[in-house]
Design a protein around this ligand. Structure first.
Ligand SMILES: Nc1nc2c(c(=O)[nH]1)N[C@H]1C(S)=C(S)[C@@H](COP(=O)(O)O)O[C@H]1N2
Ligand SMILES: [Mo]
Length: 360
């Protein structure tokens, strides 16, 4: 049983437009770049983008630690440097395609991007501070403040101590070789490879090691799979697999209907999963009736998407529905239909693209 649909009246439409104007997705043609140009990477900011005076900014580390730290950006930059290519996707990606509509950022399927994040491993900073037992979790606090469901808050998320100590978790101050831009968390953000984006706290100012489960709003209320209000729900963490294609041909301005000539067509895209390497991408050109394997690029890092391609030779003019579907080494495969939940999260149902072969 589903709870009643949220409003889809004019007020909801204006709210959706305001959110969609502030937070943009990856234009699907930008899947062509292995590393997303900074301005094309999706952006999701719950509140306002803070303006940070880097001279006065410090990264504070406290709580269950032997030595409290307050590091300037130069001090963070003097720590060991690492770079990692990481695909990040919003947990609300696919939300607007679920019925009935739920409130929240009205993403279609493109809330994703891949960046070369540069910074220093979080584990090294925690080691400097000296984590004291019985530490259990590490809380990351951003500078940005706002209100959600009546609760005033800073954007804050936690990781278990074990997850926080994973070697791939970064304190990043560079994106694609440049200082972080304001919208992606200047001067410093967390990057948690493999996880949905909410874990990667931007505008980081405080790291607190705690000895009990963190129950802040973004942990206890948001980012959980629930069917009904009041349920505890399953917390979201890693990204399930998803493949997206560059829609082939040319679009009609308003409907985005695609047109392509009757000729062989190379369908290209990318696929990723936070649960393991991508082992399969299949493509359908008949709306999911039959599926063929796409060619996959060798995957060199588990944290970055891979390219895939499929040569389609349409036999006749007409209407087609293209679809693509990814599976990972952990046996996860994209569902054909999205699974509804109250927050509209984690809808990784296959992408479908309607095309017309022939002239408009
Ligand atoms: N401080 C802070 N960190 C944040 C957020 C935020 O609103 N404030 N949004 C989170 C969410 S929901 C996502 S999906 C990612 C988006 O990162 P990006 O905007 O760099 O793509 O940042 C996460 N980190
Ligand atoms: Mo998100």
């Amino acid at each position: 049983m589903r709870p009643p649909a949220s409003s889809t009246g004019p007020e909801q439409v204006l709210q959706d437009l305001e959110l969609a104007a502030r937070n943009h997705a990856l234009p699907l043609e930008a899947l062509r770049y292995p590393v997303t140009p900074v301005g094309l990477h999706y952006v999701l900011t719950h509140y306002d983008i803070p303006r940070v005076d880097v001279g006065g900014w410090r990264l504070r580390v406290g709580g269950c630690v032997r030595h409290e730290l307050a590091l300037s950006l130069d001090e963070v930059r003097s720590l060991p440097f690492v770079q990692a290519r990481v695909t990040m996707e919003c947990a609300g990606n696919g939300r607007a395609l679920l019925e009935p509509r739920t409130s929240g950022q009205p993403w279609l399927q493109e809330a994703v991007g891949t960046a070369e994040w540069g910074g220093t491993p979080l584990a090294g900073v925690l080691e400097r501070a000296g984590v004291l037992r019985p530490a259990r979790e590490v809380v990351f606090t951003g500078l940005d403040r706002g209100v959600e469901e009546g609760v005033e808050q800073s954007f804050e998320r936690s990781l278990s101590l074990e997850d926080a100590l994973d070697e791939e978790v970064l304190l990043a101050y560079e994106m694609n070789g440049q200082p972080l831009p304001p919208q992606h968390g200047f001067p410093l953000r967390l990057v948690v490879p493999g996880w949905y984006g909410m874990a990667s706290v931007k505008w980081l100012e405080q790291i607190t090691v705690v000895d009990r489960p963190f129950d802040g709003y973004q942990q206890r209320m948001a980012y959980r799979l629930r069917q009904l209000e009041g349920e505890e729900g399953e917390p979201l963490d890693r990204m399930p697999p998803r493949a997206l294609m560059v829609p082939p041909g040319i679009p009609e301005l308003l409907t985005r209907q695609r047109f392509l000539p009757l000729a062989p067509c190379l369908i290209e895209g990318r696929a990723w999963s936070g649960h393991g390497l991508i082992t399969q991408v299949s493509v359908s050109t008949d709306g999911g009736g039959s599926w063929d394997d796409a060619d996959l690029e060798d995957q060199t890092s588990p944290w970055s998407w891979i390219a895939w391609s499929y040569l389609w030779e349409p036999e006749a003019e007409g209407e087609y529905e293209l679809a693509c579907r990814a599976g990972d080494a952990n046996g996860n495969e994209q569902p054909l239909e999205g699974a509804w939940n109250l927050g509209g999260y984690a809808n990784n149902a296959v992408q479908r693209v309607a095309v017309t072969v022939g002239s408009p």
